[in-house]
Ligand binder design. Structure first.
Ligand SMILES: O=C(O)CCC(=O)C(=O)O
Ligand SMILES: [Fe+2]
Length: 234
């Protein structure tokens, strides 16, 4: 797949709705990308942005490892977040916002997503079966646990279901940085971390390869909000 893609959210299946947004996606593998492939209009900004995302990801990896009762460097050593897909998202003004969504309900397929939104708003999170606004806070990032983190944490962390409502009077911009495994980690099987599995807390997910996962996650229709049930041990 191309490392740099500009797409509109056209549905894969006829029965699915189109989302009201455009995306510029830029994929770094092992924290690396030849800058020449990034459009000149945003090359410097993208390089600068990712340069700052990497230490932030490492801090998050340390905090999440400790929260799981593991050594601080556990998640970092697994290299499960050492590649990033940067999605620069544009949600145009929508004349009939009640007929569509900026982004449908989903949980992220990544390990973790670090998200920056502008001041317009529209992001909502599903909490106790109710959609709750995530108001923009200047200078802050939103850290979303993704499905892969839920899997390796053996359900100790739960991925956040969220969506974006379309806006009638303002266009909106957000930047989502999705973290995925390094090239060497991709060839190793994924499964709940063994330190988190015991007789009282048996593995909830089966072993699988990242490629198998991503094919399923990207190929599922919009009616399947999460890849988790597919990998769960029944
Ligand atoms: O634009 C946003 O605030 C969220 C985008 C999002 O959830 C996604 O692209 O996965
Ligand atoms: Fe998302």
């Amino acid at each position: 797949m191309e490392r740099v893609r500009f797409t509109s959210s056209v549905p894969k299946r006829e029965t699915d709705a189109a989302c009201w947004r455009d995306l510029l996606t830029i994929v770094y593998q092992d924290d690396e990308l030849d800058p020449q492939v990034v459009p000149l209009a945003c090359r410097e900004e993208v390089q600068e942005y990712v340069k700052h995302m990497i230490p932030l990801r490492e801090s998050m990896a340390g905090l999440l490892s400790e929260a799981l009762g593991l050594s601080t460097d556990h998640l970092s050593n697994m290299e499960c977040m050492k590649s990033e897909a940067l999605a620069c998202l544009y949600y145009p003004v929508c004349p009939e916002p009640d007929k569509t969504l900026g982004q449908l309900k989903h949980s992220d397929a990544s390990f973790i997503t670090l998200l920056m939104q502008d001041s317009v708003g529209g992001l909502q999170i599903l909490h106790n079966n109710q959609w709750v606004d995530v108001p923009p806070v200047p200078g802050s990032f939103i850290a979303n646990i993704g499905d892969l983190m839920q899997i390796i944490s053996n359900d100790k962390f739960i991925s956040a279901e969220h969506r974006v409502v379309a806006q009638p009077s303002d266009s909106r911009v957000s930047v989502a940085c999705f973290f995925t495994p390094s090239t060497s980690a991709i060839s190793k099987p994924l499964m709940p971390i063994k330190e988190l599995v015991c007789d009282d807390s048996p593995a909830v997910y089966k072993e699988f390869l990242f490629m198998e996962y991503i094919q399923y996650a990207l190929g599922r229709g919009q009616h399947v909000h999460s890849a988790l049930p597919h990998f769960r041990i029944r």
